[in-house]
Design a protein around this ligand. Structure first.
Ligand code: SF4
Length: 291
């Protein structure tokens, strides 16, 4: 039995940075600490932060002057930023620099009065933040059908949420090229996401089963699941190693593992151990390699 871990599985740069800033703030700060929304989409990490007294809120009413509020890697809209400033809380901005670049692009396009199309998950905090930078004028598209429903337009700009599925973005661009006289395309899918998606797609065609590990509420981990499912029917999505069942590893010679940008490395290691245990019960020899 061989286990292959996909390249770039687990925490991305933006998530590592946000966690580092949060832990550093916890060490240095004596005030109450909140994150504006869950710091990352992973229940284990949120539970650990909760044990340290770091609370999650999206309610201004719960905050008082002097509290510390950490803005997560997804960023926030300018109106929430201003509202937090008015509350006189201490802000720690952990917005990923790559997300900041997309926010600035949306703001510039909005000032130039271009119609902006954001390919993203409508309710995802990053998309919500980007919408704010467009003064809520941008149109969010989640799938090809929504792109087909748009009317013909002379000029448009299109960009993506940083963790969007590259293949879906390409398909939507193709549809809108037919519906727009002058379409400006900005591929804002971050490199870390692109490498992880490509590695997962490659791995899905090499293995007998692929286990996607990560928070069920993580948009980018869900995308990895969809990408793998297109190539590998035996793709399983688990949030923790405890969810692994013997059926997932039965009659497999090579098993792949891939984790989203918010999946802690320990969870990936524990998944390898859980597969190993399951294989030992089935008397397989296990070997771990990295893509
Ligand atoms: S996925 Fe990319 S853009 Fe999003 S937080 Fe991670 S590094 Fe930043």
């Amino acid at each position: 039995m061989e286990i292959i871990i996909a390249q770039n599985s687990g925490f991305c740069y933006g998530v590592k940075r946000a966690l580092h800033l949060t832990r550093d703030t916890d060490l240095k700060n004596r005030s109450r600490i909140f994150t504006w929304g869950e710091l990352i989409h992973n229940p284990q990490v949120i539970s650990d932060l909760g044990k340290k007294g770091i609370k999650v809120t999206t309610s201004l009413a719960k905050l008082k002057a002097g509290d510390t509020v950490i803005i997560r890697s997804h960023g926030i809209s300018p109106s929430i930023y201003q509202a937090l400033r008015r509350k006189r809380v201490k802000l720690i901005d952990a917005t990923c620099p790559k997300v900041k670049e997309i926010q600035q692009k949306v703001e510039r396009l909005s000032l130039a009065k271009k119609e902006i199309i954001i390919v993203g998950d409508r309710h995802h905090p990053e998309t919500q933040g980007l919408l704010g930078y467009s003064r809520h004028q941008a149109i969010v598209i989640e799938n090809e059908d929504e792109a087909r429903a748009l009317p013909f337009k002379k000029k448009r700009a299109i960009l993506a949420q940083s963790t969007q599925d590259l293949q879906l973005f390409g398909k939507i661009v193709a549809i809108l090229t037919e519906k727009t006289e002058e379409l400006s395309v900005y591929n804002t899918i971050c490199q870390s996401t692109r490498i992880r998606q490509e590695a997962t797609a490659r791995l899905a065609s090499q293995v007998d089963a692929l286990i996607i590990v990560g928070g069920k509420n993580s948009s980018n981990t869900n995308k990895l699941y969809e990408i793998s499912r297109r190539r590998q029917p035996r793709t399983y999505f688990i949030e923790s190693p405890q969810e692994l069942t013997p059926g997932m590893v039965r009659e497999t010679k090579i098993i792949g593992i891939s984790g989203g940008a918010s999946t802690p490395p320990e969870v990936i290691k524990k998944t390898v151990l859980a597969i190993n245990n399951s294989c030992q019960q089935n008397q397989h020899q296990e070997k771990v390699t990295y893509d």
